[in-house]
Design a protein around this ligand. Sequence first.
Ligand code: NAD
Length: 503
Amino acid sequence: MTSATAPHYSLYIDGQWVDTGENYEIRSPATEELVATVAKGGTSHVDSAVAAAQAAFDAGTWRRTPPAERAALINTVGERLAARGDELAILQSRENGATIRITGALHVGLSAAQLQYVAAIAQGYEWETTGPAIEPVKADGIIVREPIGVVAAIVPWNIPLLTTVWKIGPALVAGNSVVLKPDEHAPLLPIELAREFEAAGIPPGVLNIVTGDGEPVGAHLSGHPGVRKVAFTGSTAVGKSILRQSADSIRRVTLELGGKGANIILDDADIDMAVDGALFACMANNGEACEAGTRLLIPAGRRDEIIDKLVARGETLQLGNPIEPTTHVGPIITALQRDRILEYFQVAQDEGATLALGGKSPSGAGFDKGYWIEPTIFVDVTNDMRIARDEVFGPVLVVLTYDSVDEAVKIANDTNYGLSAGVWGSEDTALDVARRLDAGMVWVNNWHVLHPAYPFGGYKESGLGREGGPDAINEYVEEKFISIDRSGGIENKAFAIVIDPTA
Ligand code: NAD
């Protein structure tokens, strides 16, 4: 089934655009209009894509291309993405409901910058290092950093392009072959990216895209015996299943998982700024961000003042069509996810939390189609409540109070997650608190500050490994130590320790 008006996207396997006879309909979560149709892949397409990726790897065209040329191609793709920024930002907003205020700068702009950054660091990367002379056996040593093989990249729907380039940028620049599985709700920008790689001249089979449901297609890919590394962004539950799946073959794994970011307002913070910052931390990308600040910790003595300001500012947030520049918060990705959030609202109130803002799915003009949750704030929350422990993944902020900075740090760290955190206050005190927080990213007097040159990833159940940053390529290479004998003869070798060379 294809539409006369909506564009169609296919799978990309071995340099060919492939249809499957079955399609997904991608519909706007705000208007339910048809945005595109996308070929729906199955496990046999995964098998074909892995075989194509392996064949390309074995043929060696890409991995033997000098790193500077690989980097130049990736840089070109970054430039092409940037040049299509406005168009792709609109497409992203229509597809997954992220607001146009954020899809340009974050989804597309940062992705383009990320590709250009990895291309730049590849130029200075030590693909081969000569080490010190080895004594007393008399040998030289080199360390070779070479591609791993076929890499599976599996990404979610909330920030699809950035989570894709974090993986395939360093994987490709290192000479690996890639099979990418986008999320079934938001595959369009990853496929647009593949089109740019094709246009830039990536050899067939080096980058492949197979859409498909998590089960069975994602699971088939992540457990495929031909895959030597899995790079995954998504839920902690699926991340754990991928880690278990990878145990038998000791497959390399990078995981970027969920979060429950603690945002601490210290007593000496600029409260007005911190309140705006807390809403930004939680509500950006419709609250569908793994590194959102979803637990706000405030001094008990300032409770009423801060909550009053938070609710007053929260009331000014415009919920609506993500394409409108006046919209601050867009729709929820699916009806299922909206209903899950509504269930959390009930649980929160049953456990004793007090609703201070929002708390329902709106109705009326503008909300008759699509899936909506009002920007919501719960107060009187304690850290044992489910609303404080689980990742809700929507525009839902919970507010907890603390009596001392030590208690704030204890509450912040009392979570299975460890992706992000933030502190608002005078710089010295806030920095001291930042150093005590168990999180992969901590923002002082801001939130969502991401940059290609800094690593992204989490402590504890928020992940394994890091994406981006100066060491991004290390996640996609094997290190090989080669030693070359310089002893000059059998009599000088270490053989004598165990074998008498004169015997
Ligand atoms: P999800 O884990 O259900 O899906 C993510 C991807 O995995 C999709 O492509 C899906 O099709 C695939 N998948 C599903 N089941 C699979 C399986 N058994 N085996 C292999 N692949 C499978 O995640 P979601 O709920 O759709 O996405 C939101 C989650 O992603 C949130 O938990 C969020 O915190 C997380 N996330 C993390 C980061 C990060 O970098 N830490 C970034 C964005 C999103």
